[in-house]
Design a protein around this ligand. Structure first.
Ligand SMILES: [Zn+2]
Ligand SMILES: [Zn+2]
Length: 426
């Protein structure tokens, strides 16, 4: 660390602690590894460390005055014995508690390194999101050999302390970060591969053959609570790969909820479409209407006299998804049932008198006039007996959309048979 900590934060030597704090926030935000493109991340991580380190020193009055008097020498191991212990904790030499959990998985000052988090996706059905499930996941991971406790040596062997790292397993290294600056980082010792020991071939642990690490296949039970959301994460702390002298990262399971044929979910509410007949829409119903995700069949009654008109929705409160957290935890969302009314086919009556009976029993107010004359002589032009088709979809709506570079012939009037025109004459 040869750099000027004030320059790192972009403040003057006489800056107040408020100015230093402000400058730190700005610099930390600009170099936060989560805020930069992938390819700049490594550099940003280093820059972020430098900025954080500068702030840690300059924001502490006693450390700042030490730095002002002695520069970084005041913080270099061995030169300021009274600070050595603090320094070890501070910068993580010797695996002190240091500064961890800075929000992006690493350790702020190269304190005890941590193995990478592992991520797995778990796909579940909406049904299992509704009722909950315990998913068994088979995970391959590295673990520290328990026979040699990560030393790589037989228990009878007397391993020699690695001379290169003096048994620490890590060596301080300098990582250039541009602008002539560099940062001190801990690296795994290249001589002993991080074990801190040198082991002769004949003394190597039989189990791991001196590699200190074994691969295990582990079955992990992941409990998926009822009401879990799509994209939700379930974290198994300290279950990722182990490494010698490193904290173990987490396994993060990301829940993917598959689409359901019948039910759609928004938040904790569910939505589905039910079919009822025109008679039921007019005369009420009392029957099993839908089978729920947990296989219960819902029966409901629309009393005679209640008309279900198109566009109406049956709202069944408390039949949505279980609510897992938040102010309504323990409750349930609602179930919205869209209604598809099934009409009879053409010529549904046995004879016309039946149709007349229905017509007579259904009374409606007279239809509203489409045009209100402004005076006694005012009348719009009337187009009599307009021909039409009854079609099933509007898929062709908009087909005469515009000019496509060639004059199209008028071919729209001989396209289809004019079904349904008969109706218009009745
Ligand atoms: Zn071993
Ligand atoms: Zn070593």
């Amino acid at each position: 660390m040869e750099e000027d900590l004030y320059a790192v934060l972009g403040v003057h030597k006489t800056a107040t602690s408020a100015e230093i704090k402000k400058a730190y926030h700005k610099a930390a935000l600009a170099s936060h590894p989560d805020k930069v493109p992938e390819e700049e991340r490594e550099e940003a991580e280093v820059r972020f460390k430098v900025v954080s380190q500068a702030y840690e020193i300059l924001s502490d009055d006693s450390q700042r005055s030490l730095y002002d008097r002695h520069g970084m020498d005041a913080f270099t191991k061995g030169r300021a014995p009274s600070y050595e212990d603090d320094f070890q904790d501070f910068f993580g030499f010797g695996g002190g508690p240091g500064f961890r959990d800075n929000g992006y998985g690493g350790s702020q000052f190269g304190s005890k390194p941590r193995t990478e988090n592992a991520q797995f996706e778990i796909s579940i059905s909406l049904k299992n999101a509704y009722i909950g499930k315990t998913e068994k996941m088979s995970i391959k991971r590295n673990i520290v050999c328990q026979t040699c406790k990560g030393s790589g040596a037989k228990s009878t062997a007397k391993p020699r302390k690695c001379g290169h790292c003096k048994g620490a397993g890590v060596v301080p290294g300098h990582m250039p970060i541009g602008g002539g600056m560099s940062i001190q980082v801990n690296r795994n010792c290249p001589v002993c591969a991080g074990s801190g020991n040198i082991v002769k071939d004949k003394d190597k642990c039989k189990k791991c053959k001196g590699k200190m690490i074994l691969e295990e296949t582990k079955i992990i039970e992941v409990y998926i609570p009822p009401g879990i959301q799509d994209g939700e994460k379930i974290v198994k702390k300290g279950m990722a790969d182990e490494a010698v002298r490193q904290e173990t990262g987490d396994i993060i399971f990301i829940i993917n909820i598959e689409k359901h044929d019948q039910f759609t979910r928004v938040g904790n509410d569910l939505r589905a479409t039910i079919n009822i007949t025109l008679v039921e829409a007019l005369c009420g119903l009392d029957r099993q209407i839908i089978q729920h995700l947990d296989e219960r069949v819902l029966r409901l009654k629309v009393p005679p006299g209640k008309v279900i008109s198109p566009g109406k929705i049956l709202l069944v409160e408390g039949e949505g998804m279980p609510i897992k957290s938040g102010p309504n935890a323990g409750g349930r969302g609602d179930l919205y049932l869209d209604i598809d009314i099934e009409f009879p086919k053409d010529n549904w009556f046995a004879d016309r008198s039946e149709m007349r009976r229905v017509a007579d029993s259904l009374t409606f107010p007279p239809s509203k006039p489409v045009y209100t004359p402004k005076s006694e002589t005012d009348a719009p032009p009337i187009e009599d007996m307009v021909a039409f088709n009854l079609v099933d979809s509007d898929a062709e709506f908009g087909k005469y959309e515009g000019y496509h570079g060639e004059d199209n012939e008028d071919d729209w009037d001989d396209e289809e048979e004019e079904q349904g025109a008969e109706c218009a004459t009745q």
